[in-house]
Design a protein around this ligand. Structure first.
Ligand code: MG
Ligand code: MG
Length: 261
């Protein structure tokens, strides 16, 4: 279970400002990719946009070379949940594409993900993405000083459960602490009972990232040893933001506009 909160990195206000700079690079990059997603575009072309955007803003991509990952972003299509590798795949109308991006500025990390529909998708697929994004924001809202870590996962799960029992919340992959490294303590699950785990303190930063399948939550790693896909081949959505806990409440460091208390 959860260990002491003492191991969670606490940032100074100035360090959180530095993380916001990295977060904005991620926000700008994901906005550029969102605008480029359309039928006929390859996932490799999205990676090229990410490379140009991240480096163009003077940042370093966190994913490239991370445990050997071969690209600047993860692009996961339809039943792929996370960690898809960009390549020659051509997007088609009706696809649902999740894009995950990380950037480093002056040693500080930002990490966020969006899910984008290619042209018209079926209503149930559009709803999957909408509910997953809403669940993300419910989790972010629970990132408050004095609260407990598990309040976040509880808020995420509650939003998804309220939407129906046809959604599978992926449990094999979770959110994480973030700051001077991309993946740090603590793990941030997308489920659980509230009021448990470390107490949330100003200066902590977390990546909250619900992964939801329009089917069963079981996932498997494909033969490329990266792509995580739904075992039942159902479509999946993934939304993520990096959030800082401040005295007054959550500050969403990877939001395109200012989302702070
Ligand atoms: Mg991410
Ligand atoms: Mg993450």
């Amino acid at each position: 279970m959860f260990r002491s909160g003492d191991r969670i990195e606490v940032k100074t206000p100035g360090e959180l400002e530095a993380m916001r700079v990295a977060g904005l690079v991620v926000a700008h990059t994901l906005a550029r990719i969102r605008d480029a997603v359309s039928a006929g575009v390859t996932t490799a072309a999205l990676d090229d946009i990410a490379a140009e955007s991240i480096r163009g803003e003077g940042a370093t991509p966190s994913f490239l070379g991370y445990h050997g990952f071969p690209a600047h972003i993860c692009v996961s299509v339809n039943d792929e949940v996370v960690h898809g590798i960009p390549g020659p795949r051509i997007l088609a109308a009706g696809d649902l594409v999740s894009v995950d991006c990380g950037a480093i500025v002056d040693g500080w990390h930002g990490d966020a993900a969006i899910t984008v529909a290619v042209g018209d998708v079926t209503p149930d697929v559009a709803e999957l993405s909408r509910i997953t994004e809403e669940a993300l924001w419910a989790g972010l809202a629970a990132a408050r000083p004095g609260g407990r870590l598990s309040d976040i996962g509880h808020a995420v799960e509650s939003r998804i459960r309220a939407a129906g029992d046809h959604y599978g919340i992926v449990e094999d992959y979770v959110g994480h602490g973030i700051g001077s490294r991309m993946h740090m303590e603590p793990a941030v699950p997308n489920y659980g009972r509230p009021g448990r785990g470390p107490r949330l303190k100003p200066g902590m930063a977390l990546a909250v990232e619900p992964m939801v399948v329009l089917g069963a939550a079981d996932v498997q790693v494909l033969d490329d040893e990266w792509t995580v896909a739904a075992c039942d081949a159902s479509p999946a959505a993934h939304w993520e933001h990096t959030v800082a806990i401040t005295e007054d409440g959550p500050w969403v460091l990877t939001a395109l506009g200012e989302v702070r208390p």
